[in-house]
Every structure is written in structure tokens, then in C-alpha cells.
Write a protein that binds this ligand. Structure first.
Ligand code: NAD
Length: 489
């Protein structure tokens, strides 16, 4: 079932033999995709593969997103994407294809099972069996970054209530569908009380609807440490995008090898399945890459397509191959390491067999994609402007800046605070505080204020020669403060 990207079929597939989009990618991609497709075919998977070209060649042809309009057409038609890793060319200007595909197709959940296969694959944590459910669309991965002053750059961390509701509900539905007992929320809400605080709050609200599943919280730093040290204490972990990106690699590594990791990117109407590793250009073309991550991603895809029997057969054949001591070099097998093709062939030869000691895979006959109810939009809150933070580039001291701001301010606002990188430096700052050229100047409204008052204030600051680089309005929502206090305020 080798795929040829020039051979795009117009067929629509059928329920029996669905059409899927397949990309062989770059580096080791074509080798492991070939191997994975052979294994899936031998296991009785039913699908028709529609090949697309993505990645390095497309980037270098001048398409900065790495994906052509024809490839988008295919993805939107088939709604299932089986993807090998791609190479993102070095240098600026190239956007991450993965992030683009995930966000454009609304693939909000990134699901990564990380299990140990001890004693057959070396691990310090033989009882580990964790699933990381990572939010896939928001957080710092919104990719909104700015250079604001000579010294300071910013990246916006965006967390939405619907985004939190979708991922947390997905994690609980996943736990229920796969007979898992506990969902752990990992955030840093002791520091980011509004953004991570919202994620934790939504977790508490939704976990209350799943009395059959235990729920717990960890702060992400200690949670990551515990995951690395004692992963067997975790079952399903749900976490925002950046933390999820990091801890899912930690989890895959401590389970045995990143070469084994598979992931599913799930949306309301589309899904993408891939190995977690990259295109490994250092070993490309040598027939030594491990195809396991992509084979196991294929198993996840078959469950998604409702082909549980084939999924179980393939997964069990893979487990039996591992138990028999076979693997690629990175798996440190007890037998002589096999090449990519030979390992795939060893799996093919074990179709119909089961592992003797590793837990057997047995996907429910009626397994189907996990669907979640769409979040209900809440009625808008009563929003009142109570002030504005004006960010200023300034090379001098805080007191001099305060004096200039007070002299220039209009009557609608009163300067109450200046911070530098979040720490209060006026009034009564500490001389020890290191200051950059980026100052957050907080004005409280003296009465009812609106955006025109902010515009007027900015005009006055500009006239006074103050370099205002951006503003954030301060609001209350139904009377509740919608902004954080300055450190030391
Ligand atoms: P990588 O995962 O490709 O390689 C890291 C190390 O792991 C290398 O030593 C490699 O040889 C080894 N390795 C990876 N997969 C293996 C496998 N299946 N079998 C055996 N060994 C394996 O990460 P990298 O080197 O940081 O990135 C290489 C390229 O891949 C970059 O262009 C990066 O942007 C891209 N990338 C793509 C994806 C994706 O498409 N999903 C993900 C990560 C990185």
C-alpha cells in the first residue's frame, strides 16, 4: 500500500472502506509510513488512502504553511488524517504545520497514551500506564507575540472557557470510555490565577458531573516531577497546551522511548493520527527507524474509524513481537535489532497472536469516536471599565515616570501603581528591584469611564512625549475583578 502523492483520487470512500488522507512526510517518514501501512493492511484495516504532499518540499516551494490548497481539500473531504512526521526547514518565516492543521481543523484534544512494556522494553517504571490529554488550540500556542520595547518581548497566553470545557469534558469522557479511574488536572493556578485558574475551576465544575471517576489537582511543576518519578500514580492527565507538550514527552520517554509514542488529535468533525517523534533526519534512509509510534497511531485511528477488531489484532501482534524480543535498535531488544521493514514484517507474521504476559489489547466492539456536548455559551456578564493599564517604554527611574504620567493624565483616570515585569516599583518600590525599559502603569477610573477616555488619556500621554506601547483595559465582570493585582500591590 505504498502511497504516491501524485495520485489523488476523487473517490469519497464508504462506511465500510472509508477514505483517509495520508502524508508520508519527510526524513524517516516515508519508511515508517510504508511499514505502518503494511502492518495495518495485514491486520485487516479497511480504508482507502488518499495521498497528499506536505512538509519540507511544500515549504521550500514558497508555501510558508507547508500545506497546499489541494491537501486542505483532501483533509476537509476525508476528515481523517494519518500523518508521518515532517521536517520544518530551519530559519524564520515557516509556520508549524502541525499547529496550523490542529487549529484550522479544530483538533482541540491531543491524546497520548504512554504505557510501559516491561520487561521487554527497558523502563524504570514497569507499571506505568498514563494517558495525557493535552489542550491543543489555545494557551501560549496562539502564537501571538510582539516585541514591545528595546528590551522586552511578549507572548500572549489565551485561555477560553469553551476551550477549557471541551478539553476537560473530553478527558472525563475518555476516562469513562476506556475504563480509567482517575483524571488529574495539572496547571499553575497559584501563579496564573485567572488563566490557569479558569482551567482548574472548569475542571472542578465538570468533574462534579462524573462521580464514577476520581478527580485530583497537581501544580504542574510538582506534577511533572511526580510523573517522572512515579508515573504509576497517574491514570489520565488533563492539562493546557504548553504543559501538555512538555509532560507528554516526559511521559513517553520514561515509558521507554519516544519512538514508541503515538498520538491522536481529535476535533468535533476531523481527526489526525501521528507518531509523537519528528522526522529524525539523522537516521533517514537507513532502514533503522522505529515504525512503532506510527503503527500504534494507526491503531488509534482504526478505533476512531470503528474498526476495533482490526485495531485489537494489530495491537496484539505488535505486543507479541515485542514480547518475542524483537524490535528496532532504539527499543534495545533482546534479539538482534531489526530494520524498519523487518520489524514491520515480524509484526505482520504475528497477526492473530496475542501477548502472553503483557496486557492484551481489547478494544470494545462498539467503540466509536468520543463525542462531547458542545459548551453552552453563557449570557454575557455586566462588564464595567474600572481603569486601564498603560504600558510604556521608558529609560529612566520609576519616580520620574510617575511624575510625568501624573502631570499628563486626564481627569477620568488617576495613576495608582507602576510595575516593572509585574513587580511594584511605584509608589514605594524597593531600590533592589531590577528594572527594564518596560513599565506597566495602572490608572484607576475616577468615575464612569469608557474607551474614549482611554483614547483621550493616550493622546495626552503622547503629547507629553510619553511612549505608550499598549493598553489593557481593566474590567469587572458582574462585579468580579477581571485582572490580577501587581506583585506587592
Ligand atoms: P526527532 O524526534 O526527529 O529526533 C530526536 C531523536 O530521536 C533523534 O536522535 C532521532 O534519530 C531519534 N528518533 C526519532 N524518531 C525515531 C524513531 N522512530 N526511531 C528511532 N529513533 C528515532 O526530533 P528533532 O531531531 O528535534 O526534529 C527533527 C525534525 O522533525 C525537525 O525538523 C522538527 O521540526 C521535526 N518534527 C516534526 C514533528 C511532526 O511532524 N509531528 C514532531 C517533532 C519534530
Amino acid at each position: 500500500m505504498t502511497v504516491n502523492p501524485n495520485d489523488i483520487s476523487e473517490a469519497q470512500g464508504s462506511v465500510e472502506t472509508p477514505l483517509i488522507t495520508v502524508a508520508s512526510g519527510d526524513g524517516i517518514g516515508p519508511e515508517i509510513m510504508d511499514a505502518a501501512l503494511k502492518v495495518l493492511e495485514a491486520g485487516g484495516a479497511r480504508f482507502q488512502a488518499e495521498p497528499i504532499e506536505i512538509g519540507e518540499k511544500v515549504y521550500l516551494s514558497g508555501i510558508s504553511a507547508g500545506i497546499t490548497p489541494e491537501a486542505w481539500d483532501s483533509l476537509r473531504r476525508t476528515r481523517v488524517f494519518f500523518k508521518a512526521p515532517i521536517t520544518t526547514p530551519q530559519g524564520g518565516g515557516y509556520k508549524s504545520l502541525n499547529v496550523t492543521v490542529r487549529k484550522s481543523l479544530g483538533l482541540f484534544a491531543n491524546v497520548r497514551p504512554c504505557a510501559a512494556y516491561a520487561p521487554y522494553i527497558a523502563t524504570k517504571h514497569p507499571d506505568m500506564d498514563v494517558v495525557i490529554v493535552r489542550e491543543n488550540e489555545e494557551d501560549l500556542y496562539a502564537g501571538i507575540e510582539h516585541r514591545q520595547t528595546d528590551e522586552v518581548y511578549q507572548c500572549l497566553k489565551l485561555i477560553s472557557r469553551p476551550g477549557c470545557e471541551k478539553i476537560v469534558r473530553y478527558a472525563f469522557e475518555y476516562a469513562r470510555a476506556y475504563g480509567r479511574k482517575k483524571v488529574t488536572c495539572m496547571v499553575k493556578d497559584n501563579i496564573m490565577k485567572l488563566t490557569d485558574g479558569l482551567f482548574a475551576k472548569v475542571f472542578d465544575e465538570i468533574s462534579a458531573e462524573y462521580s464514577d471517576i476520581a478527580a485530583e489537582h497537581y501544580i504542574i511543576d510538582i506534577g511533572t516531577a511526580r510523573l517522572a518519578d512515579a508515573p504509576e500514580r497517574f491514570d489520565v492527565i488533563v492539562t493546557p497546551n504548553l504543559y501538555g507538550d512538555i509532560i507528554s514527552d516526559v511521559a513517553a520517554e520514561v515509558a521507554g522511548s519516544v519512538g514508541l509514542g503515538a498520538s491522536a488529535n481529535i476535533g468535533a468533525s476531523c481527526a489526525m493520527f501521528e507518531a509523537i517523534h519528528g522526522s529524525a533526519p539523522d537516521i533517514a534512509g537507513k532502514n533503522i527507524a522505529n515504525p512503532s509510534g506510527l503503527i500504534l497511531a494507526g491503531v488509534m485511528m482504526l478505533v476512531h474509524l470503528g474498526q476495533s477488531e482490526a485495531a485489537s489484532r494489530i495491537h496484539n501482534a505488535w505486543l507479541k513481537t515485542v514480547e518475542d524480543g524483537f524490535g528496532t535498535g532504539d527499543m534495545k531488544p533482546t534479539e538482534q535489532p531489526l530494520g524498519t521493514k523487518e520489524f514491520a514484517q515480524a509484526v505482520v507474521e504475528r497477526m492473530g497472536q496475542h501477548p502472553a504476559t503483557l496486557p492484551k489489547a481489547n478494544y470494545a466492539a462498539d467503540a466509536k469516536p468520543i463525542t462531547i456536548q458542545q459548551p453552552e455559551r453563557k449570557a454575557p456578564a455586566v462588564k464595567e471599565m474600572v481603569g486601564v493599564d498603560v504600558f510604556v517604554q521608558h529609560a529612566g527611574a520609576a519616580d520620574a515616570l510617575a511624575e510625568a504620567l501624573q502631570a499628563a493624565s486626564n481627569e477620568a483616570f488617576e495613576l495608582v501603581l507602576i510595575t516593572n515585569r509585574g513587580v511594584k516599583v511605584w509608589p514605594e518600590g524597593l531600590p533592589e528591584t531590577f528594572c527594564t525599559d518596560h513599565w506597566r502603569c495602572r490608572f484607576h477610573a475616577t468615575g464612569k469611564a469608557g474607551i474614549l477616555d482611554v483614547a483621550d488619556l493616550l493622546g495626552k500621554l503622547g503629547t507629553a512625549g510619553i511612549d505608550a506601547i499598549k493598553t489593557e483595559n481593566l474590567y469587572t465582570f458582574d462585579g468580579e475583578r477581571g485582572y490580577s493585582l501587581g506583585q506587592g500591590q
